[in-house]
Design a binder for this molecule. Structure first.
Ligand code: HAM
Length: 476
């Protein structure tokens, strides 16, 4: 039997529904913040990520999947989204667009040749967003708050935001030098990886998981001590904006981030959930003002963030977050003979195209087995198509919860279902559990005043508890 590759996952069933739900919330939230969706290729020229020997440091020091294609080109499967976005920004001259800054988001598969372990995959999915073309500290705060608000919208509560600043080039260079001076006498006591990191990128020693608990790392110089005045002022402004946005954060001088392109603000968002394991960083990001020019574009200040969706879904499961996912179909059509089956095939299409979630029998099982199937699918209504009824242009439809049955004209079936499913929305609302949600408390954790603009774009007073579900259920 052929099995999936190490560090890869099959996402299916309920977990796949959660993924789709997460993605719908990401799309809806990005739309509100006016970020445009961008799709860049899964593979790029290797030099986008790795510089040649003897050149400046790699853009990402991750282990990547590299290969030579049939045309002899060096290709790398993208390990992250930022470098591809920057390549696209330069190649498509987005810096010349009238709308500035350029605000984009993505959601896609990335590949890292990691030693597989829980929370560390070789094939992973990230969503991320970038602002290209603004150096204003408000954009740093916006990216951090957008990330936090997506987690909030998804119902996650146990998260912690850690922020730090690496400062501008001058501050970063001074800090780098201080780190080399500090680590040199201790280097033999650190792991092999750290020994190679010393000259290449000493900041990454601070990220080391092997030596994380060593006093040598704990007592290392801190970035904030090396910030020049301009960088310190800038970092304070970022904090001011975060305070205005009521985003809770902690300044954590140990956050330096693994990727090499950062300066000024860097941040990570951790899951603080029992049982999550050591790879508990849900997402991270920071400012990377030098990357566009390093890739031969114009000087462009940028900031961004990315989050692994696998880790995010795990956090939601561990926190037992209530989800607004559709797990019930509207109608299950049953039949016995071929004539009824043909009508079921036709009617299922009609109703699906009219917007209902409809299923029917594919295995020609007994009626008893079809009823069981309807229950497994959580059908809100069932109908056993009967040749006599159909000849009279009628259908017998049953509310699967109250067990009430009605014979109605086929001409009014769509209106009937529409009305019943909407007016009885509360009764049929199996999909959204309000357990533990206060009457006036929205899923986002805020208390809303009377009128509230729902994610669905409508203004309504009722069902406030649904307002952040993305797939809003309401009675109007
Ligand atoms: P990163 O910290 O390398 O940043 O990755 C961001 C997130 O992707 C991590 O916090 C984690 O949730 C997820 N992730 C990374 N590696 C794995 C893995 N092997 N398995 C599962 N999940 C993983 C970046 O990628 C930057 N591009 C972020 C950024 C955007 N900076 C500026 N703009």
């Amino acid at each position: 039997m052929i099995q999936k590759q190490k560090g890869c996952n099959d996402i299916y069933g309920r977990e796949a529904k959660i993924w789709k739900y997460v993605e719908s919330i990401i799309d809806a939230t990005m739309e509100k913040y006016n970020y445009n969706y961008i799709r860049t290729p899964l593979f790029e020229a290797s030099e986008l990520f790795h510089r040649g020997i003897g050149e400046s440091t790699d853009i990402v020091t991750k282990e990547t999947y590299d290969f030579v294609d049939r045309g002899g080109r060096n290709i790398t499967l993208r390990p992250e989204g930022t470098a591809g976005v920057v390549r696209s920004y330069i190649e498509n001259k987005m810096y010349g667009d009238a709308n500035q800054p350029v605000k984009v988001y993505y959601n896609g598969t990335m590949y890292r040749y990691e030693r597989p372990q829980s929370g560390r995959d070789r094939e992973l999915t990230q969503f991320g967003m970038e602002i290209l073309g603004s150096d204003d500290p408000m954009s740093d705060a916006e990216i951090i708050s957008l990330a936090v608000n997506i987690y909030k919208m998804l119902g996650l509560k146990e998260i912690k935001v850690n922020i730090n600043s690496l400062g501008d080039k001058e501050s970063r260079d001074n800090y780098r030098k201080a780190l080399i001076d500090y680590f040199k006498p201790h280097i033999k006591d650190l792991c092999e990886d750290c020994q190679t990191r010393l000259e290449k990128n000493p900041l990454r020693i601070l990220d080391c998981k092997v030596d994380a608990d060593s006093d040598i790392l704990k007592n290392a110089p801190k970035t904030l001590e090396y910030l020049n005045e301009a960088s310190r002022d800038r970092f304070e402004k970022v904090q001011d904006y975060l305070d205005i946005l009521e985003i809770k954060y902690e300044i954590n001088p140990n956050i330096v981030r693994g990727l090499d392109y950062y300066n000024h603000t860097v941040f990570e968002i951790e899951a603080k959930i029992d049982g999550f394991g050591s790879n508990n960083v849900l997402g991270g990001g920071g400012r990377y003002n030098g990357l566009v020019s390093q890739l031969d574009g114009p000087e462009t200040p940028c900031i961004g963030f990315a989050c692994g969706i696998g880790r995010l879904v795990k956090a939601m499961e561990l926190e037992k977050v209530k989800l607004s996912i559709i797990e019930n179909i509207d109608l299950f059509l049953m039949y016995v003979n071929e004539e009824e089956k043909k009508y079921a095939v036709y009617l299922a299409q009609e109703l699906r195209m009219a917007g209902f979630i409809v299923d029917t029998e594919y295995l020609s099982r007994s009626l008893k087995a079809q009823f069981k199937q309807a229950d497994r699918l959580g059908a809100k209504f069932t109908a056993v198509l009967n040749s006599d009824d159909l000849n009279n242009n009628e259908i017998k439809i049953k509310n699967n919860k109250t067990k009430e049955e009605e014979i109605i004209s086929l001409d009014v079936l769509i209106y009937y279902l529409d009305e019943k499913l909407n007016t009885d929305a509360e009764e049929f609302d199996y999909s959204f559990s309000n357990e533990g949600v206060e009457e006036d408390e929205c899923k986002c954790g805020h208390h809303h005043e009377e009128e509230h603009i729902c994610n669905c774009g409508h203004n309504h007073n009722e069902n406030k508890k649904h307002c952040c579900g993305g797939n809003c259920h309401h009675n109007e």
